[in-house]
Write a new protein. Structure first.
Length: 236
């Protein structure tokens, strides 16, 4: 039988609208399709708002923060807030670009359900890269912080879960962090935010372990990783 969280995804086939960078779009949509979600990725502002309003969850990822995507991200986040649609915000690379950090703060005011920084991005947002800073940010934002990295933490400011574990093949590749955020977004459509983040993290590790057995290099690992996600949803 399929593992339970993926069974929920495959039963519902949630519509996930994603504002993401062009470099990782194909990979992220392949990952979402592999787990059973239905992705859309337009970022032109009026259409992004309409697509979000009819979606089950929204991902906003700042990996490519050009003018068109910024407009689309803001329109989509506003649409999600109006419609009560859960959304995940990935403040990618805000520690390397002051204008991107300013825009990230503007999006944070629209109430993301999950904020997914790494430790450098958390430090840019809060001034510290600690578990305590993640908890305070979660309380201030009224959501959940999914702090990624080798010592991942998921917290709503009251409860803290240490999602320990990582895989070197994920850290060495491009787009896996973006895809992790996308999978957590899909789970947001079928479960509460803390559970969504924890489930996505565990699923990624399990798929990476399977893929590492078959994937000899970065390209074959990428394909094996997508296949592994699909297979985890099909059976044991």
């Amino acid at each position: 039988m399929p593992i339970e969280p993926l069974a929920a995804i495959r039963t519902r086939r949630p519509k996930v609208h994603a504002i993401i960078g062009g470099v990782t779009t194909a990979f992220v949509t392949d990952v979402l399709a592999a787990i059973g979600a239905a992705p859309t990725v337009t970022f032109e502002a009026p259409e992004a708002a309409h697509m979000t309003a009819t979606a089950d969850a929204l991902l906003v990822n700042l990996a490519q923060s050009d003018a068109a995507r910024r407009k689309g991200a803001q329109a989509a986040a506003q649409a999600a807030r109006r419609a009560g649609i859960p959304w995940l915000f990935d403040p990618a690379m805000i520690h390397r670009s002051p204008p991107r950090l300013i825009f990230a703060r503007r999006l944070m005011a629209l109430g993301p359900t999950i904020i997914k920084p790494n430790r450098a991005e958390l430090a840019a947002l809060t001034g510290a890269a600690t578990e305590q800073a993640a908890g305070l940010l979660a309380i201030q934002a009224g959501g959940v912080v999914f702090l990624t990295g080798p010592k991942a933490v998921v917290t709503d400011g009251r409860e803290v879960v240490h999602a320990l574990g990582s895989h070197p093949r994920l850290a060495a590749g491009v787009g896996y962090g973006c895809a992790l955020g996308a999978v957590a977004t899909a789970f947001l459509a079928v479960m509460p935010p803390m559970q969504a983040a924890i489930t996505a993290h565990r699923l990624f590790l399990r798929a990476a372990e399977r893929a590492a057995v078959r994937g000899r290099g970065p390209a074959s690992f990428r394909i094996a990783f997508i296949d592994s996600l699909h297979e985890l949803g099909e059976g044991p």
